[in-house]
Ligand binder design. Structure first.
Ligand code: PSU
Ligand code: MN
Length: 312
């Protein structure tokens, strides 16, 4: 089989997204790891549906990315969203897991890295998520650096996120992004956000008030052949922000517990999220949902601005 027919067979774009893309209209990618491994059922499915609705309300088409039966799907139906949220056996698939997951015909939840790959194969350039992966605390010993960062260095997708969780070493994460040439733009903020809180204590490279300016920057970046993506940092709404000291304590505890129990590799992030949801009596889950909705809304507005920019 030649490359073109493999692409056709293994990357399936939902008709609604395909039509929008063909007409130069706005499409926003969403990830599925946040569904399968980031939140409990049934809130995960509910939240995925809400994101899709928010994106439509802004005049863009949502396209949740997942791997189903060895096919990269860009845009899921109701039943598939339910399947990704309900089935607890779905593996978390990052770039390195992709070839064997496809070859074996398995299902997979896509991380930020693999969602960027799926989006880019389909021609989608804007993606909304919760937080990106990054350099883990203690990475000088463990070498645990998320493949999300290398993906941002090479794949042309803008990722709208609430920064990175402080289970990570945020300072080192920002250093690596700088080395890789990934712009980190604060949307109406000078502070790089830390997921549950609006200010990580670190600053973004540059601030933008207007999404049209970010859309223009994307257009210019890719027109000049500068490969890779962009981080659009969008802080959690003020009214949903968690108490910084409280969440910091929870995260320290979660990280300690994970280490003590020998949780490793790709299990770390899901373990810590679940631990926090329990330890905070659900308030971290509430915050998580609200920040994702906020990102979905801003990503849809950015996708609309990008479509206008690209159409000019
Ligand atoms: N941040 C969240 N929830 C998540 C993730 C990040 O708040 O579920 C997921 C994303 O899919 C991200 C992945 O790409 O965790 C990073 O995992 P790792 O650190 O194993 O690369
Ligand atoms: Mn990791």
């Amino acid at each position: 089989m030649n490359e073109r027919s493999i692409l056709k067979e293994r990357v399936r774009i939902a008709p609604e997204a395909e039509e929008a893309l063909a007409g130069g209209r706005a499409v926003v990618a969403l990830e599925s790891t946040i569904i399968s491994h980031g939140m409990p059922y049934p809130e995960n499915v509910e939240s995925a549906r809400t994101c899709e609705r928010i994106i439509r309300d802004e005049g863009a088409v949502p396209a949740t990315v997942a791997i189903i039966g060895g096919i990269i799907r860009v845009g899921l139906g109701e039943e598939e969203l339910e399947h990704m949220g309900r089935d607890s056996g779905i593996r978390k698939v990052s770039r390195r897991d992709l070839p064997m997951t496809l070859a074996k015909g398995l299902d997979g939840a896509t991380t930020v890295a693999t969602t960027m790959i799926g989006a880019s194969l389909a021609g989608v350039h804007v993606f909304a998520t919760g937080g990106i992966g990054g350099v883990h605390r203690g990475a000088s010993q463990t070498f645990d650096v998320s493949a999300d960062l290398t993906e941002l260095a090479r794949t042309p997708v803008a990722v709208v996120c609430a920064g990175a969780k402080s289970i990570l070493d945020i300072g080192l994460t920002l250093e690596v992004l700088e080395t890789y040439g990934v712009p980190v733009v604060g949307y109406r903020t000078d502070a790089f956000p830390a997921f549950y809180v609006r200010d990580s204590g670190f600053r973004v490279d540059v601030r933008a008030e207007d999404l049209r300016e970010i859309a223009r920057a994307l257009r210019l970046k890719w027109s000049l052949g500068l490969e890779g993506g962009m981080v659009v940092a969008n802080p959690i709404p003020e009214e949903d922000e968690m108490n910084p000291a409280l969440i910091a304590r929870g995260i320290d505890e979660a990280v300690e517990t994970a280490t003590a129990r020998g949780v490793r590799g790709k299990e770390i992030t899901p373990f810590i999220l679940a631990y926090l949801h329990k330890a905070t009596g659900g308030s971290s889950l509430h915050a998580n949902k609200q920040l994702v909705y906020n990102n979905a809304r801003v990503a849809a507005q950015l996708a609309v601005a990008y479509a206008e920019e690209a159409g000019e």
